[in-house]
Write a protein that binds this ligand. Sequence first.
Ligand SMILES: CCCCC[C@H]1O[C@@H](O)C[C@@H]1SC[C@H](NC(=O)CC[C@H](N)C(=O)O)C(=O)NCC(=O)O
Length: 221
Amino acid sequence: ATKPKLFYFRGRGRMESIRWLLAAAGVEFEEEFIETTEQYEKLQKDGRLLFGQVPMIEIDGMVLTQTRAILSYLAAKYDLYGKDLKETVRINMYTDGTLDLMLMIALAAFKPPAEKEQDLALVVKGAKTRYFPAFEKILKDHGEDFLVGNKFSWADIQLLEAILMVEELDASVLSDFSLLKAFKTRISNIPTIKKFLQPGSQRQPPPDSHYVKVVRSVLHF
Ligand SMILES: CCCCC[C@H]1O[C@@H](O)C[C@@H]1SC[C@H](NC(=O)CC[C@H](N)C(=O)O)C(=O)NCC(=O)O
């Protein structure tokens, strides 16, 4: 079968959570990195970007856009979406939260230095006072190894992605969250995730000035 193909910039942005989900599910995927306006405009002209936007993924004969739509399709397809609606809605709640947190980090990359620093300080504060306390409590109340129904799901994958991303900003961010520390170790050791965390995988590095320059030049902003 043909591998899914991802169309996005060579960077994290809104596509990184899709890379994580595919990798954690053990699914090999290809990428076309958008480096020029011509590439982007061809995708638009060919009618492959519903609202003129990326991320876009070609999978199962479909051309999909909208990050959350793609993520929920993949979660369902690879049985990472709960055993019933009540589990699925919890997974949606948790992943909407971690996606909000990670998008704040992604967008900060495009701010001028002073504002970027202020934004990222707010992200770390938000992680420490809003998001991580909530997940620490879920793990405490739930008393299981995973966030939902004691089965590995999309929610676990995305929480690990978010923890690692915030730790890049403040390595001590988990110091008050012992259950999250244990969760991080446990989920990082799942073989497919352990492999994705090794150098040389398709995981993207934090955004740098080159990445910002390319996105700005392609999207003219
Ligand atoms: C570090 C990377 C994140 C910052 C840059 C990205 O965040 C967005 O602000 C821009 C890019 S992502 C690229 C952007 N995509 C979106 O905004 C998609 C939003 C959609 N709701 C989704 O969830 O997929 C884009 O194609 N814009 C063209 C344009 O709308 O005409």
